[in-house]
Ligand binder design. Structure first.
Ligand SMILES: C[S@@+](CC[C@H](N)C(=O)[O-])C[C@H]1O[C@@H](n2cnc3c(N)ncnc32)[C@H](O)[C@@H]1O
Length: 318
């Protein structure tokens, strides 16, 4: 301890120094990301006119540069020393240090995909939504921040066979397939969507970009899960993004259980979805999304369960 300076002043000084270091680090990261965005914009422009530059910058800033992650451990079984557990723990350490940005090539391709969808004025009219594809995509589809998390999970776990429930317009499917390609495993994704116009649009968006490894199943998720069970398909990673209702989480988990390999990841999106404005629906009243996630996290087959940024639940299965 420096002589003459009270201990609490030294502690305060050390804390202030750490806070300043953090700010400078984030500014430096931001600067790097801004440089990368400018460079990628030029590349994007070379492929064709940019329809809305502000929108393109927003899309690219979600893809590039560092992104902090807040991770809360919900369940961790001691003494598990499988290869999957080691991969998972090391993936979490990577995420804690900041979710890596996407590559330039993937960012350019995603910005092109986003431009195409943002310009689409096909009407979307369903129980929950009345507008058009462009707006719906802007509001509810995965973008860079979710894409880079899926990418880190595929890469960290070397997920060879992926399943997605809820293709919507194909954004998260795009990230999963790009991640497999970037990791060096053969792309292999089965993705399920039940509704139009998403069924037709996602087929166009994805099939024009990926010739191999993509299987789109169009129909209700339960029917599709039954079909997959009959084929004895097993998956390394399942991204659940269709039906953010607690009762659905629990029923889907039961249907997914036999489809998940030992060491597989189950990734549940939007675990804190709050449908308290839809309490007239008995299925919504049954159990909240978050409580259903907590029950899954406590299931005997779950070796590790973490919450990422308060929105994504990730379970590693024995
Ligand atoms: C939140 S969106 C998916 C977003 C997409 N995964 C992404 O990240 O870009 C949910 C999708 O699930 C679909 N869906 C909801 N319930 C379904 C069901 N029972 N069967 C099949 N698809 C369903 C909806 O039509 C919607 O397109």
């Amino acid at each position: 301890m420096a002589p003459g300076i009270p201990h609490f002043v030294q502690r305060l000084r050390a804390r202030a120094r750490r806070a300043l270091d953090g700010i400078f680090f984030r500014l430096a990261e931001r600067n790097l990301a801004d440089l990368a965005i400018a460079r990628v914009l030029t590349e994007l422009e070379a492929q064709g006119p940019i329809r809305d530059t502000a929108q393109a910058v927003q899309i690219l800033s979600g893809c590039l540069g560092a992104q902090p992650a807040r991770i809360v451990m919900r369940a961790s079984r001691a003494g598990i020393d499988s290869q999957a557990a080691r991969r998972f723990d090391s993936t979490l350490r990577t995420l804690r240090a900041g979710v890596p940005g996407l590559t330039t090539a993937t960012s350019v391709r995603f910005a092109q995909l986003a431009q195409e969808l943002l310009a689409d004025r096909t009407p979307v009219e369903n129980e929950l939504y009345h507008f058009d594809v462009g707006r719906h995509f802007a509001q509810s589809a995965s973008k860079g921040p979710k894409g880079r998390i899926l990418t880190a999970l595929v890469r960290g776990m070397r997920a060879e066979r992926c399943l997605e429930l809820g293709t919507q317009y194909g954004a998260s499917a795009f990230f999963l397939l790009e991640a497999q390609r970037d990791t060096g495993v053969l792309p292999d994704l089965t993705s399920v969507e039940g509704f139009e116009p998403m069924v037709g649009i996602s087929r166009r968006i994805l099939e024009s970009r990926f010739s191999d490894g993509l299987r789109l199943l169009h129909g209700d998720k339960r029917k599709c899960l039954d079909e997959l069970a009959q084929e004895s398909r097993r998956f390394d990673l399942v991204f659940h993004d269709a039906g953010h209702i607690g009762a659905d989480y629990l029923e889907d988990f039961a249907a997914l259980d036999p489809l998940l390999k030992s060491g597989a990841l189950l990734v549940l999106d939007d675990i804190r979805t709050d449908y308290s404005d839809r309490l007239d629906d008995p299925r919504v009243r049954e159990v909240s999304c978050y409580d259903a996630w907590r029950r899954i996290a406590a299931h005997s087959r779950v070796e590790r369960a973490v919450e990422l940024n308060d929105t994504i639940g990730i379970a590693l299965l024995a």
